[in-house]
Design a protein. Sequence first.
Length: 94
Amino acid sequence: MSTTVAVATMKAVQVSRVGAGLEIVEREVPEPGPGEVRIRVQACGVCHSDALVVEGSWPGIPYPRVPGHEVAGVVHALGAGVTEWHKDQRVGVG
Ligand SMILES: [Zn+2]
């Protein structure tokens, strides 16, 4: 007898390795750690530092890598100890 456990997944755009370009993949939805929130991203900017990730000219970063660090969305889950944010709150991250 086997047990199937449903795992929530999300789409992400990642660079699997230097020179591989961008690809859309399914990833497990991460749980926020203590002091963190998980954001349901509605829009994401792409800037020059993301181009450096794609090109592999940013030293010392691990791959696969999901570029994009300038997002707008809503708080979807709260980690332990988070009190200053609430679920469904609209947020932006620079
Ligand atoms: Zn940037």
